[in-house]
Design a protein around this ligand. Structure first.
Ligand SMILES: [Zn+2]
Ligand SMILES: [Zn+2]
Ligand SMILES: [Zn+2]
Ligand SMILES: [Zn+2]
Ligand SMILES: [Zn+2]
Ligand SMILES: [Zn+2]
Ligand SMILES: [Zn+2]
Length: 1754
């Protein structure tokens, strides 16, 4: 179809291109009916440009549209060529001071916590950096898209509203200058004309609802039969459903379907089929049929192509308008005017209204385009912003209704614009007064919550899913209300008062519907069948919390408003509970001669509700009356006399009793929903407007009552009245053993009741209740949090209530009460309570949970013990109450309370049964303490002659009255002091008695009453007691210590792995001094230790004993015994390579014999160093495998390790492993023979070896040519000219036991399998090569780490590393014994030929392309296969030495060729040193052989320095290698840092200090070798600049540089768009920390196929960048991600910290984050050490949820 259309389309294009914008504009200027003219133009051209086929061509369409459609409009508007016209307009423009930058998704935004009027005021990064706020306390977030920069909005900022850029000449502009003055009349008129037509056109076509018919003005005569099947977005169907359906319906591939689905999700619609009506209709019916089963079907329309064309152009037009008004504020104003002009249908018919009102019908893409236009026009023009706000407010109800019906997120709804008006203070106030906005919002909200019970209260019980969904949406209205209230008025007009109070009325109506909702009744007998719904009600409460607080804040600002609000609130409360005594028989209570009437009500039997917002609001207002002193200034205006204290306290009291009963276990049968409600009631998110206010309400009520009356009512509500009103009730009670549960219950209830009394008297830290201010309140909260334990900043913030600005007020006071301790390399910064604040600690602080209370008690007692103080925790001294609440203290000395105290003390003295509890006593003691503190305060603050009416001390000295005549409280305390069963409380009792005496003294000094006799005895007793107490306390301390140790032990056993993990991390640190290398050999006193060659230092090998971690048996490592193995992990690595993208094309054919010097495709081996018997390991592994198979059948989950790939966890430390290395004795000793002849020099040796190789090659040729009987074979051998003493038929005997041989094969095969990623094949000739390679690579990586960290070469290494390298080297050296001799000999031949040319090997790499250390290791380890057949007497050591010298020389030449070119002839002075002369000579030789292609002659000094530096890493690696191979201890000089001494190294390696001497000594053969190396074609190409080569020393790899400030990373990521979906913002931009690539992670668009599976961008990247392992930073989440393979991964804490030393994973707190270099280095170290995989393994073992994450799709 497309091909048929092609020529036609082209023809059209040509005719279109011939259009002239100027001519058309000219025609329009002449037109009498411009609208008709323009519409005709559009009707004709739009369908020719847009929608010409199944797929959009956006570039072409844009180009043509600009030319044919928009061009003429621009000409018309400017009246000249727009390329001149627009710049002119721009010049004449006076730019706005508003920034108005619209945020992209993920862009960083900043809010100043000091200056922003509310948290919605934000700056873009550019403005922020140019503002004063960058030095303030700021918060950083990422934008969810939408919203714009508030820079320049004077109302948004208390200070510094302009950044440098927008600060332009603010002084000279007048506020309301009309921007039109800068435009000419003509331009204004033309702009007006064209804007009016175009805007109307766009609105008309976008809101057009017919599918098959255009507006009459746009209808063409002939209509083609071309349609689109248009699929729309909804939030109901998943990606998978849509993709699946599309594949079926329109017959497309999965890729295409994904493409469609992605576009639908992004733009809101996409045509999925193009063709005639029938064809499209058919697809539509399939889609509808397929998606209608469970939910409503996907929305699909078959639309005529010309409609789609016009709509597309309509969108284009809106963007165009947005651009054009950017040239001039005048144009912007004209557009605003056009948009808000009322249409012919009157009210709400302006274009802006029409767009808003059809918002929910538009698709996502269209919405965002017009929202953007609104933001850049209406919201940027202060005059029209106001008018727009009014339109918005007028349509508010309808818009919300539409939104409720719609299913799209709020972010793409026009209702989300509310934040733009409602948070602007003047606009908000204008809307409140003129549009009654508050009332409108609340009423709209109420309209959407229709479910009420018979009393008119909300009912959420039987909420369906759909209702729940709507309930969620309706909550955005609360957000709007919050916006309106967020900035508080500084001045009140009568109008504002009136409208606010009207709104307050509406709000009270809302609260009234909540008062008493979700009532509950205690379930007795049976457990409830279904948990009732409770979350909806609590969600509502939680969302309203800030609104309720803000309502009170508003009221507090104006006395008149406060008084009115108080009256209204009281009236509503009366309506709710006015008749609460109706129909009830009042009962009379009496204790101690006091009596009171109350109703009969039992919480445990009747309905009770936790929701009492009206009472709580009244409590809040009452406190304000007290705080603002309105209560004293205008008492006549207040309805105080109407207050009925019993009514006020009734419901809050019930609620608190409910909590107590739940705690006492009386409501167990009501299930978890009740427990949850109680939890939230006290939770920091709700308590401010729930629990706290209930306490205040009780305080309010009680302050107006006789405390005795209150206490009796309280006893009755707690259902404890009987116990305390009946004398001897307690005694009788205790004897009734049958009701043990009831007794326990009552005990708890008594405790709770005492706690409540403590709170009512003690909680005076709300301003208005006590004489405190807000900072005192917050200080007290912090002190009590820190009394539990030191806390990090974020922990502390979480425990404190946030206000509507998300502030806790903590920063202002924290310094006063706490010290900050900085974090180390792990962990976070901590706040610790200042010691002097400990005295303010209140054990019964009302915000403690029970667990917190006991933790705090323990911590505080411990602290006191440490300070050698007594452990009493007396109540703190409290601030005085405000006058309105002052009478509350009288509770403490009321008769009923004294009676209660006396009763409980009596029980304690009698100490009978379980009818009392220690907690009860403890609370009574606390109450006595409070009373004493109070009396002391009163006395100390009392004026001269003033009578102190608080006489607690007198009251407790009096004995009880008849009939029971109990002793006085004081006497009972004295008795209890000696009670052995009250050891813990002794200190407190002693404190009470001491304070009592102190008060007595004060009283005596002010009066003349005689000293009470009691004092003497008390003092005596207490001193007598002291010794005993001291002894006891010591015993107690000892016991506690013992217990603690026991607890630690069991803790350790339980968290064995966690502990170990920590240990292993420690051992990972290279500076751990757990084991020095010297440990494994006898110290040789001789200073000249030599590691290799004939002169090698002889050492007697010590016997080595190891213990198997599985069977715990000890065994000696022996050649002939069964094998001992180390758990090991082999992995591919790119850590040393700068050429990471190189990967093995065809692993089956790849030849790994020569390692390229870029060190790509390395194989690393690591080990945790734990030893097992081979057979023990085998048994363990088999069982793991079997278990895994069973498990997989059961629950198809991943484990942290992949058993199928041979992975297992070390049985001791759970370190991830995939094979084992056998432990061996130094293998060289086994094979070395006595040296009985003179050893050849290098030249001779090379000749001999060359001959031997030649002989072997000839033999092999023979062998393959005539593959016949062995006898003939032997003959042939004899015919050959064999070098002297060479016996190629000799087969050495394998000295190893079967078990060791098996393990040699096992590890070799594993290395081969992992390194090449092939199927295991132990016969493959490449197996030994991979073993040597892994040995070389692992040594190189260690050397690199040591050098990077400036550590000595043979400094102390952790055991595990030392063991691993030794085993690995010895293994590699022994491996040839289990491989065919001829295979290894063949390898040796080729390796050897790379340095010593040989006719039969021609395709060998040139020396520039060989890593010399790998070559050295391979040559040395392959050499025994040759040497074992050589009986001429040349020793293995000689061979090692010559190989080493030869390779070293090759490396030096390599360095001269590649690394000496830079500094040319800097200092041509005569070289002085011997080395310099030598190296200069060598350089000249090399230069000569390269045909002078090697440039210039650098100075000898420079050359020598370069050679030394270049060869150093090689020498160090070699030293490590020979050390582990031959077991020669390292000279002590290497063991200290800073002494990586070149001379020592040379001595140890048997090299001359002047390396160049090697060449001179062997010049005979070396000249020809150098020549052969230099004459190579590749060398020539390199020297002529045609190719690159690695230079030496190779630079270390580092992780990328990260910016200091995290927000610049966010910014970078927000500019990053998905590379696959054409400019779309990536949702999870993720940075590879190894190479710096940004990836579009966790998204369909960037999934690729890897080994037949779909994987996410990160997983795919690990395969190219890190051979399977990767380190990433998820930028939006601020989280480091480790990945390994497809199924393994973990998160790691990011290297960014805030000022409080904490990371912010998930960027939830938004504190500014700065790079912590130490932590970043730690991550880099993990990478260098190849520990990423291990880290993942440990993380996954510790946290099983990590295993379930779908890592492969990240
Ligand atoms: Zn800005
Ligand atoms: Zn700015
Ligand atoms: Zn600021
Ligand atoms: Zn064992
Ligand atoms: Zn282990
Ligand atoms: Zn993508
Ligand atoms: Zn990378």
């Amino acid at each position: 179809m497309a091909s048929e259309l092609e020529p036609e389309v082209q023809a059209i294009d040509r005719s279109l291109l011939e259009c002239s914008a100027e001519e058309i504009a000219g025609k329009w200027l002449q037109a009498t009916d411009l609208t008709r003219e323009v519409y005709q133009h559009l009707a004709h051209y739009v369908p020719q440009i847009y929608c010409r086929g199944p797929n959009p061509f956006p570039q072409k369409e844009d180009m043509l549209a600009q030319h044919v459609l928009l061009g003429p409009m621009e000409w018309y508007l400017c009246g000249e060529d727009p390329t001149f016209g627009f710049p002119k307009l721009e010049q004449a423009n006076k730019p706005s001071h508003l920034c108005g930058r619209v945020f992209k998704v993920g862009e960083p935004t900043y809010s100043c916590r000091d200056c922003a009027v509310d948290p919605t005021c934000v700056l873009c990064m550019e403005c922020f950096l140019g503002s004063i706020h960058r030095d303030h306390r700021y918060r950083m977030t990422t934008s969810g898209g939408g919203g714009f920069c508030d820079c320049g909005d004077t109302e948004a900022w208390k200070e510094g509203p302009y950044c440098q850029k927008h600060d332009l000449n603010t002084s000279e502009t007048e506020e309301e200058e009309d921007p039109l003055v800068h435009l000419s009349e003509d331009v204004i008129a033309r702009t007006y004309n064209i804007f009016a037509i175009m805007f109307r056109y766009a609105v008309e076509i976008l809101t057009w609802e017919k599918e098959n018919e255009l507006p009459a003005e746009l209808e063409l005569e002939e209509q083609s039969d071309t349609y689109y099947c248009m699929l729309f977005n909804d939030e109901v169907h998943t990606y998978e459903q849509v993709i699946y359906t599309l594949q079926k319906a329109v017959n497309c591939t999965q890729k295409e379907a994904i493409g469609f689905a992605t576009t639908v999700d992004r733009d809101g619609r996409r045509s999925v089929r193009y063709g005639d009506f029938q064809y499209c209709e058919q697809a539509k019916s399939v889609i509808v049929r397929n998606t209608s089963r469970q939910t409503k079907p996907l929305k699909v329309q078959v639309m005529h192509s010309s409609i789609v064309a016009h709509q597309n152009f309509g969108l284009k037009l809106l963007s165009w308008l947005g651009n054009v008004i950017g040239y001039s504020d005048g144009l912007r104003r004209i557009l605003c005017q056009v948009g808000l002009q009322e249409g012919p249908d009157g009210e709400s018919s302006s274009l802006v209204d029409r767009l808003m009102l059809s918002d929910s019908k538009l698709w996502k893409g269209a919405r965002s385009v017009y929202h953007q236009l609104f933001m850049s026009s209406l919201l940027m023009d202060l005059k029209y912003k106001k008018l727009f706000a009014i339109r918005f407010a007028k349509n508010y109800q309808q818009l919300q209704k539409d939104f409720m019906e719609d299913d799209h997120e709020r972010a793409v709804s026009v209702t989300a614009l509310s934040v733009q008006f409602f948070t602007a203070p003047t606009l908000a106030r204008m809307l409140i007064t003129e549009e009654n906005l508050m009332t409108t919002i609340i009423k709209t909200f109420m309209d959407h919550l229709r479910h009420r019970d018979s009393q008119g209260r909300f009912q959420f019980e039987r909420y369906t899913a759909l209702q729940a969904f709507k309930f969620r949406r309706v909550q955005s209205l609360i957000l709007d209300l919050k916006y309106v209230l967020i900035s508080k008025p500084t001045e009140w007009s009568d109008e504002l008062r009136q409208k606010f109070l009207e709104g307050f009325d509406a709000f009270l109506e809302l609260l009234k519907c909540m008062q008493g909702m979700d009532p509950i009744t205690r379930q007795v007998g049976q457990h409830i069948e279904m948990e009732p719904e409770w979350e909806a009600a609590f969600t509502l409460q939680m969302k309203l919390t800030h609104v309720i607080s803000m309502m009170q804040d508003w009221c507090a600002l104006d006395e008149k408003v406060l008084i009115e609000a108080y009256k209204k609130c009281l009236a509503v409360l009366m309506q709710c509970h006015g008749g609460f005594t109706d129909g009830e028989q009042p009962i009379t209570l009496s204790i101690c001669g006091h009596s009171v009437e109350t109703i009969r009500y039992c919480v445990s039997q009747e309905k009770v509700s936790i929701h009492l917002p009206v009472s709580r609001l009244l409590a809040g207002l009452h406190v304000l009356l007290s705080k603002s002193e309105v209560a004293y200034k205008f008492p006549e205006l207040l309805p105080l006399s109407e207050l009925s204290p019993p009514m006020l306290i009734e419901h809050p009291l019930r609620c608190l009793v409910l909590c107590a009963q739940v705690h006492a276990g009386m409501w167990r049968r009501n299930g978890f929903s009740l427990v949850n409600q109680i939890y939230y009631y006290h939770n920091v998110k709700c308590r401010r407007e729930m629990f706290d206010k209930d306490i205040i309400m009780l305080q309010t009520g009680v302050s107006m009552m006789d405390p005795n009356h209150f206490l009796m009512i309280m006893l009755s509500r707690f259902e404890l009245y009987q116990i305390f009103s009946t004398p001897d009730y307690g005694k009788r009670f205790s004897s009734e053993i049958t009701h043990k549960d009831v007794v326990q219950q009552n005990n708890t209830l008594i405790e709770e009741m005492l706690y409540l009394i403590i709170m009512l008297v003690g909680e005076r830290f709300s301003p208005g209740v006590g004489q405190v201010d807000a900072t005192d309140e917050i200080k007290r909260e912090i002190i009590h949090q820190l009394s539990i334990k030191p806390m990090a900043h974020s922990e502390l913030v979480k425990s404190l209530p946030e206000d509507e600005n998300k502030e806790t007020g903590m920063e202002g006071v924290i310094e006063a009460v706490a010290h900050f301790k900085k974090p180390g390399l792990t962990g976070r910064g901590m706040y610790e309570l200042k010691p002097e604040c400990a005295k303010e600690f209140n054990l019964y602080f009302y915000h403690f949970s029970r667990a917190e209370q006991s933790k705090a008690e323990e911590a505080q007692r411990k602290l006191k013990r440490q300070n050698r103080e007594d452990t009493a925790l007396p109540p703190p001294v409290l601030p005085p109450f405000c006058p309105l609440f002052a009478s509350l203290v009288n509770i403490l000395q009321s008769d009923v309370l004294l009676c209660i105290m006396r009763t409980i003390l009596q029980w304690a003295v009698e100490h009978n049964g379980y009818a009392w509890s220690e907690s009860m006593l403890q609370r009574v003691l606390h109450l006595i303490g409070m009373a004493l503190q109070e009396e002391k305060q009163h006395l100390e603050n009392a004026m001269e002659e003033h009578v102190v009416t608080f006489t607690f001390t007198q009251k407790i000295s009096k004995p009880g009255e008849a009939p029971n005549n109990s002793p006085s409280i004081l006497a009972m305390l004295e008795t209890l002091q000696n009670a052995p069963y009250l050891e813990v409380h002794k200190d407190m009792i002693r404190w009470i008695l001491k304070t009592f005496n102190a008060i007595k003294k004060i009283r005596e000094s002010s009066s003349t009453s005689p000293v009470a006799e009691t004092e003497g005895t008390i003092m005596e007793e207490s001193s007598r007691d002291k010794d005993k107490a001291e002894r006891k306390r010591k015993a107690e301390i000892a016991r506690l210590r013992r217990e603690k140790i026991m607890a630690q032990m069991s803790e350790m056993q339980r968290h064995f792995i966690d502990e170990n993990k920590e240990l292993f991390q420690q051992t990972l640190e290279l500076d751990a001094s757990s084991s020095a290398v010297l440990d494994n050999g006898p110290v040789v006193s001789d200073k000249t230790l030599i590691a290799l060659g004939p002169a090698k230092t002889q050492i007697s090998e010590q016997r080595q004993f190891v213990t198997c971690i599985l069977c715990q048996e000890e065994q000696e490592v022996k050649v002939e015994d069964s094998a001992m193995v180390l758990a090991a992990f082999v992995q591919r690595s790119t850590v040393l390579s700068k050429n990471r993208n190189k990967f093995i094309q065809d692993p089956e054919k790849y030849d790994p014999l020569f390692m390229h010097p870029d060190l790509s495709c390395g194989t690393h081996t690591g080990s945790c160093g734990h030893v097992m018997h081979a057979h023990c390991w085998q048994r363990y592994f088999d069982s793991v495998q079997a278990k895994e198979q069973r498990r997989q059948q059961r629950l198809r989950l991943h484990t942290s390790y992949d058993v199928e790939n041979g992975e297992f966890l070390c049985p001791l430390c759970e370190c991830l492993s995939n094979t084992v290395i056998p432990l061996l004795l130094p293998p060289r000793n086994i094979f070395s023979r006595l040296n009985f002849s003179d050893q050849p020099n290098l030249t001779q040796w090379i000749r001999t070896v060359s001959q031997q190789i030649k002989a072997l090659q000839a033999l092999r040729k023979e062998g393959s040519a005539s593959d016949t009987a062995s006898s003939k074979h032997v003959e042939n051998v004899n015919e050959l000219q064999l070098p002297e003493g060479f016996r190629p038929d000799f087969q050495p005997k394998n000295p190893y036991s079967e078990s060791i041989k098996e393990m040699l094969t096992t590890f070799g095969t594993a290395t081969y399998k992992v390194g090449l990623k092939v199927h295991p094949n132990e016969e493959d000739p490449r197996v030994p090569i991979m073993c040597w390679g892994s040995c070389a690579y692992t040594i190189q990586s260690l050397e690199r780490i040591l050098s990077d960290e400036d550590k000595p070469l043979f400094g102390p290494l952790p055991c595990r590393l030392d063991d691993c390298l030794r085993s690995l080297t010895r293994f590699a050296a022994a491996h040839w014994t289990v491989v065919s001799l001829s295979v290894v000999q063949g390898h040796f031949g080729r390796l050897f030929a790379s340095l010593v040319p040989n006719d039969s090997h021609e395709d060998l790499p040139c020396i520039l392309d060989i890593d010399m250390f790998h070559l050295l290791v391979s040559l040395v380890l392959a050499f025994p296969t040759l040497q074992c057949q050589d009986f001429s007497g040349i020793s293995l050591g000689t061979g090692d030495l010559h190989i080493f010298h030869l390779v070293t020389m090759a490396h030096i030449v390599q360095i001269l060729l590649t690394s000496c070119t830079e500094e040319n002839g800097m200092d041509q002075e005569n070289p002085t040193g011997e080395e310099e002369l030598a190296v200069l000579a060598l350089y000249k030789t090399v230069r000569q052989y390269t045909g002078s292609a090697l440039r210039g002659t650098p100075s000898g000094w420079h050359l020598w320095r370069t050679v030394k530096a270049g060869v150093m890493p090689f020498l160090k690696c070699s030293a490590l290698f020979f050390h582990y191979l031959n077991g020669v201890p390292s000279p002590p000089d290497f063991q200290a840092s800073g002494t990586n001494n070149f001379e020592h190294l040379c001595n140890y390696l048997s090299l001359p200090n002047n390396l160049i001497c090697l060449f001179q000594e062997n010049s005979e053969i070396m000249n020809s070798l150098i020549e052969s190396w230099c004459r190579n074609n590749e060398v020539r190409r390199y020297l002529e600049g045609e190719r690159d080569a690695i230079s030496y020393p190779r630079e270390s790899n580092k992780l990328i540089d990260l910016p200091e400030d995290y927000s610049s990373l966010i910014n970078q990521a927000s500019n990053f768009s998905c590379p696959k979906s054409g400019g779309d913002k990536s949702r999870a931009p993720t940075l590879c920390l190894v190479c710096g690539t940004l990836l579009c992670s966790q998204s369909y668009c960037c999934q690729t196929e890897l080994e037949g599976e779909d994987v996410g961008a990160c997983t795919a990247h690990t395969y190219s960048c890190g051979s399977g392992a990767g380190i990433f930073l998820r930028v939006r989440e601020c989280q480091v991600l480790f990945l390994a393979g497809k199924t393994k991964g973990c998160f790691y804490s990011p290297p960014y910290l805030d000022d409080y030393g904490e990371t912010d994973q998930g960027l939830r707190r938004g504190n500014p984050l700065r790079l912590c270099r130490e932590r970043f280095k730690k991550i880099q170290k993990l990478w260098h050490q190849h520990s990423v995989t291990e880290e993942i393994g440990h993380a996954q073992e510790a946290n099983q949820t990590l295993v379930g994450i779908d890592w492969q799709h990240l």
